[in-house]
Design a binder for this molecule. Structure first.
Ligand code: AMP
Ligand code: MN
Ligand code: MN
Ligand code: MN
Length: 279
């Protein structure tokens, strides 16, 4: 198989809601002994070329990557794109549309939270995310913690940012069909990200994965940061059932979150087909 070199194909930088610059992220990946990585920021390609250039100089391979938000039923799922042509026009147009939706949502979240009493939050978040940034709920969560509105990051989501809470705003993300088509137009692989993180029942999860398969999706993330053995087994069962290749990724954001550090990943079951072997 030759699939045993350390691989991590899902991580974030300051180009979206990660804490490390693309270069500092690559340094951490190298220190962790990972030899094949992908930078997969939310709805942006901003950090990709810097990560690839710096990774090549450090002697490791960095695939082009992105994590696209896609609407499903009343919710959202995440589709990771890997190893595409980052200049392809359909992909660039799709990403531009997603980024515009993300920035508009940030304005609305900011207005809502200001009304709820969190003064100045929008300006601070826009500043923290950067002019070319991809502002997300994690930026709002950090500000809510920093200002003492909540005691920790998780509570920012449960009290302010999740559906039904004062800072929640629905977004018209692209469909699963759209995002898979953009990734494929650019010659990449589409990966259904962290299947166990959506809080879906077994039946609802199988329905959305069925849709992903119908759209031509290629792989499913079987090992995520913090995955326990039974999580890996549940996700592996989905890969087998839907005949999808398997991916692995820490979903690293922040060095303070040790459970999702780069390269800290459980082993992939040996019968699965690793998506990176064909890349
Ligand atoms: P967004 O795409 O801006 O809606 O934000 C999604 C991101 O917020 C995820 O990638 C995580 O970084 C973070 N996130 C979402 N829900 C939670 C949660 N319950 N606890 C901690 N982080 C979360
Ligand atoms: Mn995130
Ligand atoms: Mn995600
Ligand atoms: Mn992610």
């Amino acid at each position: 198989m030759g699939s045993h070199k350390p691989v991590d194909l899902h991580m974030h930088s300051t180009a979206s809601d990660g804490r490390l610059s693309p270069e500092a992220l690559v340094d951490r990946v190298v220190s962790a002994g990972v030899e094949l990585m992908a930078l997969t920021d939310h709805d942006t390609l901003e950090g990709v070329s810097a990560a690839q250039t710096y990774a090549a100089a450090q002697g490791i391979r960095c695939l082009s990557g992105i994590e696209l938000s896609a609407r499903w039923a009343r919710g959202v799922v995440h589709i990771v794109g890997l190893n595409f042509d980052a200049q392809q026009p359909d992909l660039l147009a799709g990403v531009a549309q997603q980024l515009a939706a993300r920035r508009q949502r940030a304005q609305r979240i900011g207005e809502r939270l200001e009304r709820a009493g969190c003064k100045g939050i929008l300006a601070r978040v826009v500043d923290a995310a950067g002019t070319n940034g991809a502002p997300g709920r994690a930026h709002f969560a950090r500000d809510l913690v920093a200002q003492g509105w909540v005691s920790d990051f998780q509570s920012a989501f449960t009290r302010y940012l999740k559906r039904g809470r004062p800072g929640y705003c629905a977004v018209e993300w692209a469909t699963i069909d759209n995002v898979v088509a953009w990734i494929h137009a650019a010659g990449g692989k589409a990966v259904f990200a962290h299947p166990l993180r959506y809080g879906l029942s077994g039946g609802a999860l199988r329905a959305v994965i069925q849709r992903f398969v119908e759209c031509g999706g290629d792989a499913i993330e079987v090992v995520s940061g913090g995955s326990q053995r039974n999580d890996v087994e549940s996700a592996a069962a989905l890969a087998r059932r839907f005949k999808l290749a398997a991916s692995v990724g820490s979903d690293f954001h922040d060095p303070a979150f040790r459970w999702s550090d780069v390269g800290r990943l459980a082993a992939l079951p040996k019968d699965l087909d690793p998506v990176w072997l064909s890349l």
